[in-house]
Design a protein around this ligand. Sequence first.
Ligand SMILES: NC(=O)c1ccc[n+]([C@@H]2O[C@H](COP(=O)([O-])OP(=O)(O)OC[C@H]3O[C@@H](n4cnc5c(N)ncnc54)[C@H](O)[C@@H]3O)[C@@H](O)[C@H]2O)c1
Ligand SMILES: N[C@H](CO)Cc1c[nH]c[nH+]1
Ligand SMILES: [Zn+2]
Length: 448
Amino acid sequence: MTDRRVRLYDLARMDDAARARLLVRSEENLDQFVEAVKPIVADVAARGDAALADCARRFDGAPAEFSQILTPPEDFAWADRQVSDEVKAALAFAADNIRRFHLAQMPEDMWLKEMRPGVFAGERWTPIDSVACYVPRGKGSFPSVALMTAIPAVVAGVPRVVMLTPPGADGRADAATLVAARLAGVSEVYRVGGAQAVAAVAYGTASVPHCLKIVGPGAPYLIAAKKLLADRIDPGMLAGPSEALVLADETADGKLAALDLLVEVEHGPDSSGFLVTNSRDVAEAAIAAIPGFFGNMSATRIDYTMTVLSSERGGIVLTPDLTSAYDFVNDYAPEHLMIHAREPYQHLGHIRNAGEILLGENTSNTLANFVIGPNNVLPTSGWAKTMSPLSVFDYMKRATVAHVTPKGYHELAGAAECLARYEGFDAHANAVSATRAAIMKERDGKTG
Ligand SMILES: NC(=O)c1ccc[n+]([C@@H]2O[C@H](COP(=O)([O-])OP(=O)(O)OC[C@H]3O[C@@H](n4cnc5c(N)ncnc54)[C@H](O)[C@@H]3O)[C@@H](O)[C@H]2O)c1
Ligand SMILES: N[C@H](CO)Cc1c[nH]c[nH+]1
Ligand SMILES: [Zn+2]
């Protein structure tokens, strides 16, 4: 146990500056991490696999003889023996739901509409050629993230999907992560973590392929490297330390709200999480309940939890009314939002910014993190204001498609030539002017 206290913030008594401080996440300033990863990135660029092996020893405690970055086939057999049947069944169940959700999310391959007579325009989706799925392993292992990053890639049809994850002290990838990779249909798993993982796929090494994009969450070292290498590899949506808000109205059960508040703040000391409520009774019930849950938590997870809940990145926010509760949620733009209320849909329309919205006291974040089906890789640090959860769309891109018939051409050419001349582009204008008509007429005269 700890003598640190869960903080209660009474918004009605706070000024704007104090309220604004509650919105700040640990990723706000990554300068120190960017500086720390610069030499790592440069080393990987210069020495490739040798640098990756050094990093594995230095940061992950891999054995002195560690040198093979690609997981050998026999490790998949080892992982299968290592992981219990119960965990394998849970992973298979999760994989099935995740696949169903992402299959439902797939867009039509192509759409084409007649915009005007003879003028067809639309869009076509194609998968990107290669993607690297990062599966973290610093403060726990994340086979669920292996499923969440790889399954939508496979569903989207990406031809080359590889996985990157730190080695353990035995030099191996986490066993359940290997089982999850197999379930998702991925057989290339590279044992490399953090910033060096981003550098490996950004530059390519003798054993790690260069990839077009890297997806997946991680600690600030990984995020810093993604920012640093954004001109070499598509870093996708940035998913950093986990965070959640629980929005609870006066009909909520404070104890249950507290139970769900603890879910994301146990990830690490850099996580964030608040229970936001307009009810003092709910707030007080939640504060009273929290220590009672520590009996079933490890000392490490209690320490992470209390570090967050006793800082300005966590605790209970008491609001004067529901409108200020909604405002706080929308300004915060949480990665996960749980709504505890007898009528949760009544609040849904007031929420604009959240990566994931979980409605009602049965929809615990734990269900969403593992088994409902929607992705558990979500934008953090307020990025939910502009970004969306990881999805099949992260593994695909759109091309616009157009087709103009002779009839359509005559509809369009005059306006296009006019605008081309206004912008001063002669060749643009010529391409749709009498010059084109003359060329076509001459050709048709010859062929006809
Ligand atoms: N936003 C999301 O969708 C989402 C989902 C799952 C997990 N997460 C978050 O992902 C994070 C995972 O972090 P993690 O630590 O468990 O795993 P991680 O794999 O990101 O971190 C481990 C790696 O960090 C690097 N590292 C450690 N110390 C270092 C140092 N001193 N210098 C340079 N590099 C160093 C090493 O390369 C190591 O392999 C957590 O914060 C978790 O909350 C977020
Ligand atoms: N809450 C994480 C996303 O922020 C996902 C996760 C995986 N395992 C546990 N939690
Ligand atoms: Zn979590």
